[in-house]
Design a protein around this ligand. Structure first.
Ligand code: NAP
Length: 305
């Protein structure tokens, strides 16, 4: 069996590519290492995806994406892709268990949380250090937690954590947030939230779980220990592209470089979503990418591109 289109990654970009590919009559398979939905499925409320005026929960939206792609005939397989052997007209996708052959590929493996890289971070992961507020927030009912970072993720997840925690303190390395204005305003006006500006985390400390965080004021150089029960890290993302080395061109940060048609440096291999070098990483832009990449693959298969 040779698939027309294999999509690697089942987040919003991959699920949209699957919908467009399968609906366009391509024999389509999606390879996903865990549950469909990607990072969006770990988001409490998605407030800026059009069509849902009150917002929609990430898991619910991703379930709908999955159902729609399935209804149009896309196949799904839970397996982790290890490498791609690009033989030209046929591409071999090597997973832990088998090799899957396809005439075209859409790479949609997204990105994962970046670590802040301080002592204690690894030791206390799962014992107070977390990268997912939706997954772990409920463990911190009436506790004091720190959030590291100042972007959309940090502020959005910090706001979510105020549902549970008694206090949420954002520790940010500058004196202003990077997050969009609407999130900034919500955070600055939330009485459960506090801020440590111009501050970086030096160490996460404790015995069997997180108890203290050593924070340095980058302007004064002073370092002080603060009491926290949990630390949520949102300092950006790194692309999931380790398996693509020597297959397609990546930029210096590891994101996949593509043409306007979302064609990578390898013929017949397209890219969509957060894994692509681009300006704006949102569910709405992932959806546009997914549709675009699948249609470009269809043209490629028809010999038009
Ligand atoms: P991001 O926008 O890259 O922000 C990362 C934040 O972490 C920045 O504030 C950065 O500080 C800080 N940071 C980076 N490295 C650090 C370090 N080593 N130590 C301390 N702080 C560090 O990443 P993101 O917030 O994860 O967002 C990723 C993408 O997803 C963005 O395009 C974002 O817009 C999008 N997103 C959108 C939504 C939404 O629309 N609702 C929600 C979540 C994410 P500086 O500000 O000083 O650089």
């Amino acid at each position: 069996m040779i698939y027309d289109l294999a999509i690697i990654g089942g987040g919003p970009a991959g699920l949209t590519a699957a919908l467009y590919g399968a609906r366009g009559g391509l024999k389509t398979i999606v390879l996903e290492s865990s549950m469909p939905g990607g990072q969006a499925a770990l988001t409490d409320i998605i407030d800026n995806y059009p069509g849902f005026p009150e917002g929609i929960s990430g898991p619910e939206l991703m379930t709908k994406f999955h159902q729609q792609a399935t209804r149009h005939g896309a196949e799904f397989k839970m397996s982790e892709v290890k490498s791609i052997d690009d033989q030209g007209e046929v591409k071999r996708i090597v997973t832990g268990e088998e090799e899957i052959e396809a005439k075209s590929i859409v790479i949609a493996t997204g990105a994962k949380a970046r670590k802040v890289g301080v002592p204690g971070e690894e030791k206390f992961q799962g014992r107070g250090v977390s990268y997912c507020a939706t997954c772990d927030g409920a463990f911190f009912k009436d506790k004091r937690v720190a959030v590291i970072g100042g972007g959309d993720s940090a502020v959005e997840e910090a706001l979510f954590l105020t549902k549970y925690a008694s206090q949420v303190v954002i520790i940010h390395r500058r004196d202003q947030l990077r997050a969009v204005k609407i999130l900034q305003e919500k955070a600055l006006n939330n009485e459960k939230m506090d801020f440590l500006w111009d501050s970086t985390v030096q160490e996460i400390k404790g015995n069997s779980k997180v108890e203290q965080v050593a924070v340095k004021n980058v302007k004064t150089g002073d370092i002080a220990d603060h009491q926290f029960d949990g630390v949520f890290v949102f300092v950006g993302t790194v692309p999931n592209t380790a398996y693509l080395k020597d297959v397609v061109e990546l930029n210096e940060k590891g994101y996949v470089i593509a043409s306007d048609f979302l064609q990578t440096s390898a013929k017949g291999i397209f890219v969509a979503g957060d894994v692509r070098e681009k300006f704006l990483r949102q569910v709405s832009t992932a959806v546009g990418d997914g549709a675009h990449a699948a249609m470009a693959a269809e043209r490629y298969l028809g010999g038009i591109m």
